[in-house]
Design a protein around this ligand. Structure first.
Ligand code: HEC
Ligand SMILES: [Cu+2]
Length: 312
């Protein structure tokens, strides 16, 4: 429990953020005390009519003292910068074993999907003491995924994928809010994060209707939207085979090498003319406006699953 605001500290990140917050609070408090103490003593000492000496400053402050205290404050502030930056940077490095959950924001709800396909609306069940990675996108306007107890706030922008991760340290139910004004019912765009014991989460998951997982939905789209017409093994069109693509480095026709990650695949689908794979003609049509973000996530999951199969 955070002693001042009685807001639970429910992730490892929250503890880190709070330490920095209290560190800064104490430091600012001390600075303020020193400043006020000086103002008050000097105001009394040099008040009108007092007998205090007002001649030129005596030369008591040595050069070493000046350099010393300048360096000390410099180091203090460099330390503060490092301390706060390291918390932010570690929140960017997702642990490899993190549970991947997809989140789609829309006016006015949060839709979440677990790796096995189970879906929820305005709710997210997660296991405690396990890193969880959220891959988030918006179907319409900018929303912001805000869980105060986790000290996590991430804008979710249409046309992009945002990623955050956290590791819950306490079981319980914590409010989820949208922190970006997104229209009439913005204030109703709320949900609950339910942190469960790991066994309970596993049980809960088996009780959910299976739902098609992303890769299955993607496999269907791959055929329905005509991708397979060019990319299938049997196709007559000269197009790259996508099995084994995910995570590999791709040689582009302009000589650059890029890694085939989620972003590359997304760009390949929406702006195929931008990065042309070496050895192929730029004949792939753009799917911008034809596929929504959820469909692109599904297609990406499908392409990734093909790679996992190829590697098995
Ligand atoms: C008209 C044939 C055609 C269709 C339809 C097509 N593609 Fe492509 N695709 C290509 C060709 C040719 C390339 C290689 C040239 C390039 O990079 O644009 C390519 C490249 C790609 C790449 C990058 C592959 C690599 O090795 O770097 C991805 C990913 C991809 N397509 C996915 C898709 C998806 C998903 C769909 C369906 C939504 C689709 N394509 C539909 C022809 C097609
Ligand atoms: Cu919103």
């Amino acid at each position: 429990m955070n002693p001042i605001f009685s807001l639970p500290e429910a992730t490892t990140h929250a503890e880190h953020v709070d330490h920095i917050f209290y560190g800064l609070l104490v430091l600012s408090g001390l600075t303020m005390l020193v400043v006020f103490a000086l103002i008050i003593t000097l105001a009394i000492r040099y008040r009108r009519g007092s007998g205090a000496k007002r001649g030129p400053l005596p030369e008591i402050v040595s050069r070493e003292f000046e350099i010393g205290w300048t360096m000390a404050t410099l180091f203090l502030f460099a330390f503060l910068f490092w301390w706060a930056a390291s918390a932010d940077l570690s929140s960017l490095e997702v642990p490899a074993n993190a549970l991947e959950i997809h989140v789609v924001a829309k006016q006015w709800m949060w839709k979440t999907q677990h790796p096995n396909g189970a879906r929820e609306i305005n709710a997210l069940h997660i296991p405690v003491d396990k890193p969880v990675r959220l891959v988030m996108t918006s179907q319409d306007v900018i929303h912001s995924f805000f869980v105060p107890a986790f000290r996590v706030k991430q804008d979710v922008v249409p046309g992009r994928e945002a990623e955050i991760w956290f590791q819950a340290t306490k079981t319980g139910v914590f409010p989820l809010l949208c922190a970006e004004y997104c229209g009439t019912d913005h204030s109703m765009m709320r949900g609950r994060i339910i942190v469960m014991r790991q066994e309970d989460y596993a049980d809960w998951l088996t009780q959910q209707p299976e739902g098609d997982d992303l890769a299955h939905v993607g496999a269907k789209l791959f055929v329905e939207r005509g991708c397979s017409g060019c990319h299938a093994d049997a196709s007559k069109v000269h197009a790259p085979k996508l099995a084994g693509l995910y995570g590999r480095s791709v040689q582009l026709s302009d000589g650059r090498q890029v890694k085939a990650d989620d972003r590359y695949i997304r760009d390949s689908i929406l702006q195929p003319k931008r990065d042309i794979t070496a050895g192929y003609e730029p004949v792939m049509p753009s799917y911008a406006g034809l596929l929504d973000d959820g469909e692109i996530q599904s297609l990406t999951a499908y392409i990734r699953s093909q790679t996992e199969k190829a590697n098995d």
